[in-house]
Write a protein that binds this ligand. Structure first.
Ligand SMILES: O=C(O)CCC(=O)C(=O)O
Ligand SMILES: [Fe+2]
Length: 316
């Protein structure tokens, strides 16, 4: 699926673009199936440790996740397609499997991204799954934007300065429908040419005075649709006020050879028109690279991502 000239022009002007029905229903099913399997295994482990008490029989993915949350089990990190910012150990769990690899290398997504960034595409390691429960059930003190609300930011502003010049695009993928009610993304179109100030608050956030929130739009999306986000487009997401979960992946691509901004985590060539033989095709290699990165991170000093100072005049 390539973008039309009109869509490319819209993306350049608005700094975002929703493209409907990009991820095939088969792949969406495979992803849900893969996560079912991951959850089955996790739940069995939690049950064996006595962390959850209801037997697994008859419980689906969501029921198991509900039980884990109610029991205060750390459920997010073992489902994420990344490592955390800090405190990585050899035992830090994550999820890398064939279906998520197929998502990151899904030709219809790469076709769309190629129309914007060209045919030499690296899968950038800044990537997450977000399976957001109803906000009323999010424990107080849980500040991760992977679980609850996301504060206003530009993706360049929450990345490493080494990637400021990198041609990079965020692809936000709806696995469930995303609606205002369940906390879809909000974006402010026509982004500025520069980075706005960010402040280290609960999350790294653009102060209100630098946001024209009256112009914000809600990116409601159907499952399987994707949202392209330019690195300077301010965006956030509101609380999930529905009774169900809001499930998305956000992945990124940059022009190959440029700095990913997270060099301690592995990137790979997702598409190369010039040298197709350099494309990674085996998910096990991907998993192995992340295992290696985890081992290295567990024994290396912490790398700070953020450049913003709380005592800057913008943050008063
Ligand atoms: O899904 C969200 O709530 C935030 C996503 C986001 O900020 C991103 O994908 O860059
Ligand atoms: Fe973002």
């Amino acid at each position: 699926m390539t973008l039309t000239a009109d869509q490319i022009a819209l993306f350049k002007k608005d700094g975002y673009l929703i493209v409907k029905d990009v991820v095939s229903p088969d792949l969406l099913r495979a992803i849900r199936g893969e996560y079912d399997g991951v959850m089955d295994q996790l739940y069995d482990d939690w049950f064996a440790q006595g962390l959850v008490t209801d037997p697994a029989e008859g419980l689906d993915f969501w029921a198991k996740l509900d039980r884990a949350r109610a029991a205060g089990v750390e459920w997010f990190q073992p489902l994420d397609i990344s490592l955390p910012h800090a405190d990585i150990t050899e035992d830090t769990p994550f999820h890398f499997g064939p279906a998520v690899f197929d998502l990151v290398t899904h030709d219809p997504i790469l076709d769309v991204v190629e129309t914007v960034l060209g045919g030499e595409l690296t899968s950038n390691p800044i990537q997450h799954v977000r399976i957001k429960p109803p906000q009323r059930d999010v424990p107080e003190g849980e500040t991760r934007a992977h679980i609850g609300v996301t504060a206003w930011h530009q993706d360049r502003g929450v990345g490493h300065p080494l990637a400021d010049e990198t041609d990079i695009i965020t692809v936000w993928i709806a696995v469930t429908d995303a609606t205002v009610k369940n906390g879809c993304l909000r974006l402010i179109p026509n982004p500025p040419d520069e980075m706005l100030p960010h402040c280290p608050q609960i999350q790294t956030a653009i102060p209100d005075a630098h946001l024209d929130q009256d112009r914000a739009i809600d990116a409601e999306m159907t499952a399987g649709s994707i949202l392209l986000i330019h690195p300077l487009t301010p965006h956030c997401s509101g609380p999930n006020t529905s009774d169900g979960y809001r499930w998305s992946f956000d992945i990124r691509y940059n022009v190959s050879g440029q700095n990913t901004g997270r060099q301690q985590f592995p990137d790979f060539v997702a598409r190369s028109r010039a040298q197709p033989q350099t494309e990674l095709r085996d998910w096990r290699t991907w998993l192995g690279q992340w295992e290696q990165a985890r081992t290295t991170a567990a024994t290396s000093p912490h790398i700070d991502q953020h450049r913003w100072q709380a005592d800057s005049p913008f943050c008063a």
